[in-house]
Design a protein. Sequence first.
Length: 120
Amino acid sequence: MKKTTLVIGASTNPNRYSNIAIKRLLGKNVPTVALGLRKGKVLNVSIDIEKVAYKNVDTVTLYLNPTRQEEYYNYIISLIPRRVIFNPGTENMEFVKLLKENNIESEIACTLVLLSTNQY
């Protein structure tokens, strides 16, 4: 079974990096779920507005500034992902430390670059 990626900060706006990331993840056949402020769809991925207890989340990729991330700390940790990717502008050393304390890897990287260089 393939592991799922959760995009947090998902947007239906095609100019947003979270939107582009969802499309590229799907293009690489990565099972993808999304959480955002507004309901909507990106291709066949519904954007949820409630914190869903998704199963088999391998990677969480963040598109939220550090201040907005705080309300998601416990939620993300509860999903027990293998790693959390902090995309440019989302770097948050407080959360990195908390993830480490919970044995969750963190990566300060760009999901789009990782996908395009086959390092995802």
